[in-house]
Ligand binder design. Structure first.
Ligand code: CLF
Ligand code: SF4
Length: 498
């Protein structure tokens, strides 16, 4: 069995916060693993500020039914509901990938994640991978699956140098599985209930073990379904960690009646952000958690959280003249520069983790203070570089005497694009204030007078003083200012978060 890198590193450093492969963990990883994750935006939280991914929608069919999925919509394993704009043939997909890679050199990973299950469409999926591994060898290949057909596909995945596989595992107990999956299609038959769930679980576990045995990094995605598998996911985390999975990504169920899914129509609720965070924290004791997932569409393009798909429709791509050899040279130079910047930032973060908070008398404090949540507006690069009113999402971090850790992202409507006369601005601002619930400060490059006042009234302190500074450093600086100003109560160590 391959070295369980997460198990190895979970005892110390940033891993105690359980927030994905971050700076300290990265430095503890063996070189060959670090090489695999350093520029993968999903497998490394740090990398997601710099590197982009893209998905090609080549896989329409699925071999199971999940209660949170409607076939008209993207696969909920890896994407938020929303129709795929264009279903592509493998040849079209290859063209599109090369066009995107030449235009967005930061795009390092190509994933196939739907709109159905990639391994239920093996010819289309593997034809795409085969062509790309030959024609664009500088792009990492990634796939996401429900796992039913995985054991039969492992050899083929290994053959194409696919180093990253995501399996969506929502349960390891068929009783619970029967409440999530009404049926599977197996050996040319539709099988229902507990029997179906048992087969699916066995295939997922077998596939996981086979991938680990071949040294392929496995991320496990789980959809948190309140009242169905919420408590059970801690067990799932334990099981997949014990088998050597690299990362666990617990994602919130998206269930809206208008999506026409079983859960949506039946009124199954989605989890609150606090429930998600509590479960992620509970699982983090056993396993490293991904917290920066954006539940992307099956045809997403760009940094996580942004979607540039509109720039790369097939009609536009047909007009492009791509010299991929030249593009690869340019990409290599840019990747090397980003790598250097990222390593510098990680070294700084590591120093920051050892930073002490000041005491009232100016010396070093041995006291513990309560943790504080702060939101950040960023458009990438790991720095505070976005105007409050331009943000479509805020990243939420927790500062404590243990350091700074990433918690989650919160989506908002852009305040600055709203129409004043229709009250859109006002409603976007109140939406942002609601989304930032629990945060005590919001750090951005600039902010207008109007939102400033309303945020302050809501107890969220706006701060534009750290524009262009690295996120973690700026947050620690604000936290230290809060302590120095006597704004934080001392907390018993046992009550500390983080
Ligand atoms: Fe795509 Fe998934 Fe590969 Fe990433 S996404 S196939 S591992 S390249 Fe990433 Fe998107 Fe979350 Fe998926 S943010 S939904 S975890
Ligand atoms: Fe839908 Fe994906 Fe589940 Fe298939 S595996 S039913 S496409 S969510």
């Amino acid at each position: 069995m391959e070295l369980n890198v997460m198990g190895q590193s979970s005892g110390g450093g940033c891993s105690s916060s359980g927030c994905g492969s971050t700076d300290n963990q990265m430095s503890q990883l063996p070189d060959h693993i670090r090489e695999k994750v350093h520029n993968h935006p999903c497998y490394s939280e740090d990398a997601h500020h710099y590197f982009a991914r893209m998905h090609v929608a080549v896989a329409p069919a699925c071999n199971i039914q999940c209660h949170y999925c409607n076939r008209k919509y993207d696969c909920a394993n890896e994407s938020r509901p929303g129709v795929v704009s264009e279903l592509l043939t493998p040849d079209q997909a290859v063209k599109k990938v090369k066009a995107v890679a030449a235009t967005i050199p930061q795009m390092t990973v190509l994933g196939i994640a739907g709109p159905g299950d990639p391994l239920a469409n093996p010819e289309r999926t593997f034809s795409t991978f085969r062509q790309l591994s030959e024609q664009a060898p500088d792009i990492k290949l990634c796939v996401s699956t429900n796992g039913l057909a995985l054991p039969d596909a492992v050899d083929e995945l290994a053959k194409h140098n696919i180093d990253h596989v995501t399996i969506t595992i929502n349960c390891v107990d068929p009783e619970i599985g029967a409440k999530i999956y009404p049926w599977i299609y197996w050996n040319n038959k539709r099988i229902r209930g507990k029997k179906a769930a048992k087969i699916l679980i066995e295939q997922q576990q077998k596939g996981l073990e086979m991938l680990i045995a071949r040294g392929i990094l496995v991320k496990v995605n789980s959809v948190l379904i309140p009242g169905v598998n919420d408590e059970h996911l801690k067990e799932v985390s334990k099981v997949v960690k014990s088998k050597g999975a690299f990362l666990h990504n617990v994602m919130p169920l998206i269930a809206e009646a208008e999506h026409g899914t079983f859960y949506g129509v039946m009124g199954q609720r989605s989890p609150e952000p606090e429930e998600l965070q509590d479960l992620q924290d509970a699982c983090a004791g056993d396993m490293n958690m991904m917290r920066h997932c954006r539940q992307c569409r099956a045809d997403a393009v760009g940094l996580l959280g942004e979607d540039r798909g509109e720039e790369f429709t097939m009609d536009k791509i047909e007009m492009m003249d791509i010299d991929y050899s030249a593009a690869m040279e340019k990409r290599a130079v840019i990747h090397a520069a980003i790598k250097e910047e990222l390593e510098e930032k990680q070294a700084k973060k590591a120093r920051l983790a050892g930073m002490s908070v000041p005491s009232a008398s100016g010396g070093v404090s041995t006291k513990h203070y309560r943790a504080v949540l702060m939101a950040v507006a960023t458009s990438g690069g790991g720095v505070i570089n976005q105007h409050f009113g331009h943000a479509k999402e805020f990243l939420v971090y927790e500062a404590s005497t243990n350091g700074v850790r990433f918690i989650s992202h919160r989506k908002v409507d852009q305040y600055c694009v709203g129409n004043d006369t229709c009250g859109e601005k006002e409603s976007a601002l109140s939406g942002s204030i609601r989304a930032l619930k629990g945060c005590e400060a919001v750090l951005c490059s600039k902010i207008g007078f109007e939102p400033w006042g309303q945020l302050e009234e809501a107890g969220i302190h706006p701060n534009g003083e750290h524009a262009m500074e690295p996120i973690e450093e700026a947050i620690m600086a604000v936290y230290q200012e809060m302590i120095a100003a006597g704004k934080l109560d001392e907390a018993p160590a046992t009550k500390m978060l983080g």
